[in-house]
Design a binder for this molecule. Sequence first.
Ligand code: O7M
Length: 250
Amino acid sequence: MSFEDKILRAAGTNQTRTVLALDLEDTDGSRLVSRSRDVIRDVAGLICAVKINRQLVMALGLSAVRDSIIKLANDFSLPTIMDAKLNDVGHTNGFMARTYFDMGFDAVIASPIAGWENGLDTVFEAANSRKKGVILLTYMSNPGAEAFYSLMAQQPEGYGKPVFEILTELAVEWKAQGVIVGATQPRVISRVRQLAGPNLSIYSPGIGAQGGDPKAALDAGSTYLIVGRSIYNSSDPATAAREFRRPILG
Ligand code: O7M
């Protein structure tokens, strides 16, 4: 089953659009594993995917992430997304993408800034041949993101276009399985939705802890919410995760 089919199935079964960002920190590796697994078990029926950041891979190593986290997520029929933010030349990007996919991740996150030729071409080749997903960073959620992602880029025709609009067009052209647009920027989400049409999935991080509002993001056109601290730092992660379902349940 492809990444998109897996996330759609989990979203439908669990009536949710929430992707859990599993970014816990702990100096003790085995405690980090058990805390991460506890959070997955607590919210498994309330999320549609698990996103793993490089910080968890740095702390635990790839094989421990595969055996303790990816396997558990799969036991709950949840796909996993590797937030690698790939941004290098083709041969190293390709190696990283193939490694993440072959160890069990269903999708990777990459930066479109590297461009296609000898940049992200190898990542898409690896993904397409394995029915995996590529999600592209298009507008980040942090306040400093505006300086670059909203920058007006001069077009050959003479007029200016914001960088994020160019990145959205590339995501459509390259047939990415989704784009990342910060939930802190509902107006940008609306514009990306307008440019990309109804089929491209928009993943929005920056909910809660970073100030983004889940309902505003979904109303503006986000498909999925990426939520970390507001769930895993809560004294009751399941209740917190249930709250993020509220806007879609009505
Ligand atoms: O909910 P939080 O703020 O605790 O965590 C947000 C998660 O989303 C965390 O895993 C970040 O790495 C990620 N994220 C952002 O916060 N902002 C971005 O612009 C992009 C991402 C992201 O997922 O990039 C792929």
